[in-house]
Design a protein around this ligand. Structure first.
Ligand SMILES: CNc1ncnc2c1ncn2[C@@H]1O[C@H](COP(=O)(O)OP(=O)(O)OP(=O)(O)O)[C@@H](O)[C@H]1O
Length: 230
């Protein structure tokens, strides 16, 4: 039986893989849900370079807010289409154009909760998805420029060991691959090993701003027990 104490906001039967930081977990009033989808093909991972708005200048997966009345699964499909096609219109009306954007057999692969200080009174909960194939045509939009990066999926153990050793230093992201961590959201490198090794995970990161830059203050990531009878 696992006796792990989960950070506030996380649920499930989870075994800790990495954790760090010593501040108290930050309080929040409610949770807002987002999605992020990652497309793999052969040894490549598709990221989008955000050209404007929230997260401008960063590489990220394809996603956005979960709309009222929508499940995260539905939002992930809609946002993936909308992110890579100029012809995908009526996003809010949820009327899709069959020929526009891309479709992929997205599978839920993780949940990432984060809280910022200073920041809004809510926690961001990002539901993460991945697929190993897609159909349709990639297009640069006025919001996103899709770009492929080469990846060599590590085993979970080696990836986690590398991340854990680097995370303690709160410094540069590890060189897992050619993924541009320096131009991604702070904290992405903590959970990328799970994404790359296709290991379902749940985690939380609290960020505290230092000189205007969000820094990792406390983090925790876990996975379902490998053998629930242990
Ligand atoms: C540590 N911080 C973070 N770490 C990792 N990913 C982060 C993130 N903070 C935001 N994200 C992602 O950035 C996208 C924003 O989406 P965002 O543009 O706000 O949503 P949406 O397209 O619905 O907005 P509009 O329709 O333009 O209002 C969305 O995928 C969300 O998951």
């Amino acid at each position: 039986m696992s006796s792990t104490i989960l950070p506030p906001g996380l649920q499930g039967d989870l075994q800790e893989v990495i954790s760090g930081g010593s501040t108290d977990w930050l309080d929040y009033q409610f949770v807002k849900f987002y999605t992020n989808a990652y497309i793999f093909q052969d040894d490549k991972l598709l990221l989008g370079y955000k050209k404007r708005g929230f997260g401008v200048g960063k590489y990220n997966g394809f996603g956005g807010k979960v709309d009222p009345g929508e499940t995260p699964d539905q939002a992930a499909v809609r946002e993936l289409k909308a992110s890579v096609s100029n012809r995908y219109i009526n996003k809010r009306l949820k009327r899709t154009q069959e020929e526009a954007g891309i479709d992929a057999p997205l599978q839920h692969c993780g949940t990432f909760l984060f809280v910022m200080k200073p920041g809004p009174e809510w926690a961001f909960q990002i539901e993460l998805y991945r697929a190993d194939t897609y159909s349709g045509t990639l297009e640069e939009t006025d919001e996103m420029r899709p770009q492929w990066f080469s990846v060599s999926p590590p085993s979970l153990d080696s990836a986690v060991a590398e991340v854990a050793s680097k995370a303690e230093e709160l410094s540069e992201a590890p060189a897992l691959s050619s993924i541009p961590f320096a131009s991604m959201w702070e904290g992405d490198y903590l959970w990328f090993p799970f994404l790359l090794s296709n290991q379902h995970f749940t985690g939380r990161v609290d960020f505290e701003e230092v000189d205007g830059v969000p820094r990792l203050a406390r983090w925790w990531f876990g996975v379902p027990p490998r053998n629930p009878t242990d």
